[in-house]
Design a protein around this ligand. Sequence first.
Ligand SMILES: *Cc1c(COP(=O)(O)O)cnc(C)c1O
Length: 522
Amino acid sequence: MTATLTQSFNEVRPSTKWSNTIPQHVPASNISGANNLIHVLDPHAAIPYVPAHNLPTPPATSPIRVIDKDSPAFVNVVDTPVHDLLRQVVQERNIGDLSGSGDESAFFACDLSAIYQAVQMWRQSAIGERVEIFYAVKCNPSPPVLHLLSLLGTSFDCASTAEINQVLSLPTAPSPDRIIFANPCKPASFIRSAADSGVHMMTFDNADELYKVKRSFPDAKLVLRILTDDSKSLCRLGLKFGAPLDTCPGLLALAVQLGLNVIGVSFHVGSGCKDPNQFADAIWRAKKVFDMGKAVGYDFKFLDVGGGFERETFAEMSQVVSDSLDVYFPKHSGVRVIAEPGRLLVSSAFTLATNIIARRLALPSGEATPKDDHEGADVMYYINDGVYGSFNCIMFDHQIVHPHPLTISHEITKCSPSFPPPPNIHLPVDLPVQLGYKDTEAASVWGPTCDSIDCVRQLVQLPKGLQVGDWIAWSEMGAYTLCAASTFNGFNRSPVLWTTGGDHPHAIAVRATLDSFNGPER
Ligand SMILES: *Cc1c(COP(=O)(O)O)cnc(C)c1O
């Protein structure tokens, strides 16, 4: 079946020109054979499946080159549903016999179809026709993730030379104009290296940055990052970046004086934005700065609405963005609009499997630990990944993570959260209870390091009967997790296993997409 898909996919692949400005509808004649098949398999599937060549941004304009078969983007990707894969690995690891021969180390499973689904969700949303995706690489820079996204035709937001080099060396060889260097405060050496790589688009929010760019890369296409109201976001980036509106006229005047090419405006409402109206306010501010640009002689044609999107509020948010664009930057204005989603695209794709390495009865509250810390827990579980590792998202990203058991008393369980998994926020009813476990007890869950800050959950209902050697999985672990993990105390980072997701139409589309990439004759 895969072979047929790939073949029909290739047949419709045009070799000619790209439109790299405003997204257009996919012409009916270009709907691939993969789409037809998906339609047959599931008439309600989220399609059209959009092959990379129909997308607004060109997949590659670099000269054709030899593909590096050893690229870290090429990993073994299986076609097993992710929850089956997790249980299969756990079973193979055979910790239960406690003979000491099993491998209890924690691992991730990535379901690439969740990334595909998120891209489709974007493309079918109110802004899907208008706003190009520049994926924020920092959120999860795993090479297979970047490879799939580049095949799906997204572009990239990079913040450092290393991220730029990582994108440029992907097997698809994205052209440098598919990168925005969206870090307003760059070391001079990074600016020079962006110039050497041909990455022109970069942000700034202060005068010194303009002088640096003037010295190192006077031909850069500059984007003014403005300050917006981020008070409703989990991570308030405005504390660090963004020019207040009253400084913008001065900055733009300086840019004119230095003869620099400012092409537009960017903002970031903050990561984990909880209030869609922040986007309306930010787009209004951007319009003000477009007017300031006009006043000093610029004619901006570029708007970058940043990241901050979350799955739970995406429908509402994309509608707010769409409505605001219609008011302040209508299509006929000719303004190219991009966004830099990170979390939205990857967070649901990764599930972490951890092993219970130790267990003990909880201390009576009031002794040894601060009182309200994990008051009420009857049992304490110690697992082999923690806040110094993949769960750094608890400290840095304010996430509340949710466990579900893969084994209980060394027996494989059957229930898994359905897609999409619950978000990493407080749940009124703990996930195991939602999954139907009746006989639960209050537990605290701790990471493996010798630091008492290393607490994964202070209080959560878990099924009774969990033992040392049992496995606990954590969904929704793709954003700001493995990329920021440390090896503090000598604990390894958890490795990733990859799957297309199995037999769902999105998974079939992922398989077709991966298989369609067959090297230099592209
Ligand atoms: C981190 C970051 C993003 C991604 O934010 P998400 O909340 O993950 O969508 C986008 N743009 C910039 C400039 C960033 O720093």
